[in-house]
Design a binder for this molecule. Sequence first.
Ligand code: 9MR
Length: 362
Amino acid sequence: MLSRRDTILTSLKAMTGVAVTASSPLGTLLASPVRAQGRGQADGVPYGAAVRDGPLASEPDYRAALVRHCRQLVGEGGLKWYDLRPSRERFVYDLPDKQIDFASRNGMTLRGHTVVWYGAMPDWTKSIASASEAEREMVGHIETVMGRYRGRIKSWDVINEPIPDDPASRSDIRPSIWQQRMGESHIALALRTAARADPDAQLVMNEYDIEFVGPRFRRKREAFLRLIRDLKLRNVPLHAIGLQGHLRGELPIDREGLSAFIAECRSMGLKVLVTELDVVDDKLPGPPEVRDILAASRVYDFLDAIRVSSPLDALLTWGISDRYTWVPLYFKRTDGHLNRPLPLDSDYRPKPMMRVIEHFLR
Ligand code: 9MR
């Protein structure tokens, strides 16, 4: 008689070609009882999740799930320019203040996301016309915002998504108002300003799409590495690399390429964080139990390849429950099934992905 798990693994193989055998490390892990150990051990890798302000204010079950599982949080929004800076003159801190208050009342810390990014910019920033004006705005923003949270937000995504989706060369940088007005020098300037604004903060540069098999992803990884090497060579304060980890369920992880990338980051003295993990599942088969195992197997391959050289510094998912996720905004399924990108289902029950995550926190 085939067990239920064997049936699921057989369907997974038939539907996707991905083989997870019952005796593989992942197969064994999935067969073990759910530990549901909550926040993990105090000395393990701290797990955290991105929070959304609506349910944080209104939904007790959502808050309970965060408190049960997380040792840190990050705002899905709140510290982005379009939230903080409705106009050039005004700074609005309501959302991050609420997030930090909730975090500290529940024994968690808040990560800062994000300072220099092409996305989520208010319209008024389009009128920034010259290099000197751009420098003044960017530097002033960093001093004001990071200065305000000095000592309270201990880790910041200072630079977010600096590399284009398909870089034309190793020195290609993604267009943004900062890149257009100041060129690549804005990156070092932002990091140096951040280090002055909060000398004790961990300064992170964050990127996605560098973990999959394929030439486009290899090019993106190489361009990211070129930028990292350049900053470290020039002694620019950069303490850690953030791998966002928006995994695409249909794409295998380039385990060798990713491990080599991580080893090189480590050799430059950098820490490694996973900052926005989830599995985009619009192209995966419908049956939730098959989809969940495939998602868990991608997360397993990703985390296993990263921790080859040494443990992670932090691991955050981009949301905690399938109930609240950005994924359907861009990757809604066409078969009417809901997306299932996160470690808890929409009723806050742990999925196989949570078991894999807890395994890598130890
Ligand atoms: O999940 C976030 C979504 O709610 C926002 O609308 C969007 C624009 O601010 O940003 C999403 O988060 C992104 C993050 O800030 C950077 N990496 C990719 C994330 C998912 O798109």
